[in-house]
Structures are given as structure tokens and as C-alpha cells.
Design a protein around this ligand. Structure first.
Ligand code: MF3
Ligand code: CO
Ligand code: CO
Length: 284
């Protein structure tokens, strides 16, 4: 039997701790997530201007640090389990958690920037793909597929649906486009905790798993590869790359389950969520 807890009935300490029971949030939490999510989305919007050949990844890190400070927020990744940067930058065949180091972007690169800002205790976690200069057709196709895979997962979200429906939607779509899904990483509950239960797997069986309820808050963040799905960790113990060196792409939104569907907290205010893609209006 799955257990759920009403967050505002829970003790304060419980609200900010990872728990096995699933937290159900009320309107104040949704307000907090809206503000944190919006700030993260604006940060990702601004990062679009920094993406060009010759930009060092560290420049993006510095930008996130300054952006957070200017808006009274904190980058959640900095010092998280020893992670040393304010964001993750994953270029080409890097799947996730790439370090924003001195490496420079080059024409034709694709890069995922993943930012989590904590504002008034709430975590806005989102990532997008950016293209440096002129990208190759196959890279552009992968980016579109990764975005649509995330959206297929998000569109499966409503009270009464199950966790397996999200993974199933993502996987079915990715496979229909002859792409693979990375199985080592998943989405997660979020709120006053960065990585809370439940895990939001990017594969699964429809109609199985935990039942979604109004008030749940989590991320959807599939990683999609052009080649095989297997990953390998680099020596820094953070950077995950595709084993076959094929290109990898990812998008991430933080969302909440509403009475009749979902609300995306990390929508781009400038419509910049993905190169060349309009995010359809959601049920709000
Ligand atoms: N932001 C990532 C996520 O989507 C987590 C990065 S954790 C870090 O969950 F430590 F690698 F930064
Ligand atoms: Co996340
Ligand atoms: Co993230």
C-alpha cells in the first residue's frame, strides 16, 4: 500500500526531509513552486544569450551563481553530495551532470544546461538543450525527440493515472523514433527537498505503479540517446556519457498534479523552452 502525507499537516522537519511516503502539497506550496520554477526558467532563458562558439562552460556557471545571488536564490547543486558547481552542462555525448569547467563550446555542439534554484525554500529544477551555431540535422532531430518525449510523459499526468503511465509514454514515443532511453537516471519528487520520493522512471508499463494524486510535485526529465541507451561514468564520478559515444539529449520540467491534469512550474516566460518548439498551453 502506498502512503501519502498531507504536507501542511506534517511537522516542519518532515516537510524538508526526504521521506518514503509521497507528499501531497496545497496551494501555498504551488505558489512557492511557481515562483522558484519561474526564476529557474528565466535563468535558462538568459543562458540562451551566452551559448556561442568560444564560450567556456565555466562562464555559464558564473552566470548562474550571479543570477541566483541577484534574485535572492541559491543554486541547489552547489555542494550537493559534493557536486562542485552551480549547474550541470552536458555537451554532445555527455548524458548528464557534466561539469561547467574551462572547456569551450564549439560550432555544432549541443548542450544541456540543468539549473535548480532554491527560492524561499522551494526548488525549481529544469533543463533545456541549446545549439551552438549551426547544428547538424540529426542533432536537431534528437533535440526535438527528447523534448517531445518529456512532453508525452508530462501529458500522461493527472489524478488517477499511475507512475508507469509516465514512463510508458516516454519510452513508447522514444522507441517509435528509433531512439533509446537512459535507464540509470530518473525524475524525482521535489519541493522543499531537492530529490524526494517517488522516482519518476523514464520507462515502464502502463497502468502500473503508484497512483498519481492532486498535490504531488515532481520532475519529468528523460534522457534520450541517438544510439544505444547504455552509459558510462567518467573518472570524476559525476559525468555520465553514452557508452557508444552517440549524442544524448534531455529536457526537464518541475510540475505539479492538479485536479484535472498538471501545471508546469518551469515554463519559459519567453517561449524559449526548446529550439523551434512551441509548448502547447497546458490545463491550468
Ligand atoms: N538537476 C539535476 C536533476 O535534474 C541534479 C543534479 S545533481 C548534481 O535532478 F549534483 F549533479 F548537480
Ligand atoms: Co531533476
Ligand atoms: Co535538473
Amino acid at each position: 500500500m502506498d502512503s501519502y502525507i498531507d504536507v501542511f499537516a506534517a511537522p516542519k522537519a518532515e516537510q524538508a526531509r526526504r521521506t518514503e511516503s509521497i507528499k501531497l502539497y496545497g496551494p501555498d506550496a504551488f505558489k512557492g513552486m511557481r515562483r522558484a520554477g519561474d526564476l529557474t526558467a528565466r535563468c535558462l532563458d538568459d543562458i540562451a544569450d551566452l551559448i556561442c562558439a568560444g564560450t567556456a562552460l565555466s562562464h555559464i556557471n558564473t552566470f548562474v551563481l550571479n543570477f541566483a545571488a541577484k534574485h535572492g536564490a541559491k543554486p541547489a547543486t552547489l555542494g550537493y553530495k559534493g557536486y562542485p558547481y552551480a549547474c550541470c552542462t552536458s555537451v554532445n555525448h555527455v548524458v548528464c551532470h557534466g561539469f561547467p569547467n574551462e572547456k569551450k563550446l564549439r560550432d555544432g555542439d549541443i548542450v544541456n544546461v540543468d539549473v535548480t534554484l532554491i527560492l524561499d525554500g522551494w526548488h525549481g529544477d529544469s533543463s533545456r538543450m541549446y545549439v551552438v551555431g549551426k547544428s547538424k540535422r540529426k542533432a536537431e532531430r534528437l533535440i526535438q525527440i527528447a523534448h517531445e518525449a518529456m512532453m508525452q510523459g508530462i501529458r500522461a499526468v493527472r489524478p488517477g493515472a499511475r507512475l508507469g503511465d509516465i514512463g510508458h509514454a516516454i519510452q513508447t514515443y522514444a522507441y517509435s523514433e528509433r531512439c533509446s532511453v537512459v535507464r540509470e537516471f530518473c525524475g524525482h519528487g521535489i519541493g522543499q527537498v531537492f530529490h524526494d520520493s517517488p522516482d519518476i522512471l523514464n520507462f515502464g508499463k502502463a497502468g502500473t505503479g503508484l497512483e498519481l494524486r492532486e498535490g504531488m510535485i515532481f520532475t519529468v526529465e528523460p534522457m534520450i540517446n541517438l544510439g544505444r541507451g547504455e552509459v558510462k561514468m567518467l573518472e570524476d564520478d559525476w559525468t555520465a556519457v553514452t557508452r557508444d559515444k552517440s549524442l544524448s539529449a534531455q529536457f526537464e520540467h518541475s510540475i505539479g498534479v492538479t485536479s484535472d491534469g498538471f501545471e508546469v512550474f518551469t515554463r519559459s516566460p519567453s517561449g524559449l523552452h526548446a529550439p523551434g518548439i512551441e509548448l502547447p498551453t497546458v490545463s491550468e
